[in-house]
Ligand binder design. Structure first.
Ligand code: DGY
Length: 408
């Protein structure tokens, strides 16, 4: 496995564009928000300064209202659609207009723990920025204390069956002609369908038309789903920010109240019908009725759940390689199609960290399954959870980062 460590480091270096790292050449040629946070954790295993640079660069794209965009378009690349002019972001750098799961504060804390001397000045500079981003979520995105997504891309889990109901209610009227670029890089059977894509683009067009004004979007956007990914990652990130702030004597006023709100929000995502954490469509109050890999982020957020443990045992027994992105016993399960079944090393990492911290008996099994997955199938974007077939982009930054920081 020495060789795999070298391969993983080489992938990070190859995808390094100077100050930021692309997820993979071709398919994703810009800086993505949570990809970068994982990249930073990967770099921290062999180059701590480069790790901090990744996070520092990400926050140079932060908007005045606190939002940190999901894509930063540092240098234009015609191989990707939708690019900067389709989005019309209003931040200091060309960017998208939505955000992504807030894992940066958690990764920053893990990196700080590795070398406090190297990290302290970065934490001090990043702390108010991370605080502003988290407060933006608290101001604009809560529903019963749970955090909502306003675009399927925002949770990072683009085409999960959890969005099927809310997506069906959208009529993508006037979306017009556009040319997808993703299916030029990878096979269409591993990507979202045209039905989904029309709605993704329609939602982007609406945001641009409203100049990304959150108040107007709150009134007009039909897609608003309370989501376990966002809720659990923000709850965890807030706890990490509090710990960092206390340690360094920074202003943590109000964080405890926000954490209590998010704890209530997390509890509001428990769906008794399926005995699992679930997504809730805030427009209709309907549950998605889905056990997804995001359901298993509760431990990462510091919440133990006997019911969710039973679900974990069940899904792990059904597949070979870690947590599948959708319930393998559901008729909607599709083992190669992006977030409708494949296993993702990054989600396994987040779930696994939580399980390990809470000394859960399944923690080791998940880490070993993720190690075997990468050993046997390389550094793909995601994998078939049953036979490990690599899918999506190759030489993928976040899979390499998971290897270096956890699985390898
Ligand atoms: C894409 O383009 O597929 C991305 O997931 C959007 O972030």
């Amino acid at each position: 496995t020495i060789d795999l460590h070298k391969q993983a480091r080489d992938i990070l270096k190859m995808n390094d564009r100077g100050g930021y790292t692309i997820p993979t050449k071709g398919l994703y040629p810009y800086q993505w928000n949570w990809d970068s946070a994982f990249a930073a954790l990967g770099f921290a295993q062999f180059n701590i300064d480069r790790a901090w640079q990744e996070l520092d660069t990400l926050f140079t794209a932060q908007w005045d209202d606190g939002m940190v965009p999901h894509i930063v378009f540092h240098k234009s690349d015609p191989g990707y659609y939708p690019g900067p002019d389709v989005w019309g972001g209003i931040g200091p750098l060309p960017s998208s207009g939505i955000t992504q799961p807030p894992i940066a504060a958690t990764m920053a804390r893990l990196i700080f723990e590795k070398d406090k001397t190297a990290g302290e000045a970065h934490i001090r500079a990043l702390f108010p920025k991370m605080r502003a981003w988290h407060q933006w979520f608290m101001q604009w995105r809560l529903d019963q204390g749970a955090v909502c997504v306003t675009h399927p891309w925002e949770a990072g889990r683009d085409n999960t069956p959890e969005w099927d109901g809310p997506m069906e209610r959208i009529d993508p009227i006037g979306v017009g002609e556009y040319e997808r670029r993703d299916t030029k890089h990878v096979d269409g059977s591993m990507r979202p369908t045209k039905f989904d894509y029309d709605r993704y683009i329609w939602l982007v067009q609406m945001g641009k038309r409203l100049n990304w004004d959150q108040q107007q979007l709150l009134e007009e956007n039909p897609f608003r789903v309370a989501d376990p990914t966002m809720t659990f990652t923000l709850l965890r990130a807030q706890r990490d920010l509090l710990a960092l702030g206390v340690e360094l004597g920074l202003d943590v006023n109000g964080l405890d109240v926000e954490i209590a709100t998010l704890e209530k929000g997390a509890a509001s995502l428990w769906n008794n019908n399926i005995q699992s954490y679930d997504a809730r469509d805030t427009k209709t109050g309907e549950w998605a009725n889905c056990v997804s890999n995001a359901s298993f982020l509760c431990w990462y957020a510091g919440i133990d759940s006997a019911g969710q443990s039973e679900q974990l045992q069940r899904v792990l027994d059904k597949v070979q390689f870690g947590v599948p992105s959708h319930d393998p016993e559901s008729p909607k399960f599709d083992g190669r199609r992006y977030w409708r079944g494949p296993t993702w090393a990054v989600m396994n990492l987040l779930i696994g960290l939580g399980l390990e911290e809470m000394k859960h008996p399944l923690a080791l099994r998940l880490r070993q399954a993720t190690r075997a997955l990468i050993e046997q199938n390389g550094f793909a974007e995601y994998f078939d959870p049953q036979d490990g077939t690599p899918a999506g982009g190759q030489a993928f930054t976040w899979t390499a980062a998971v290897w270096l920081s956890w699985a390898g």
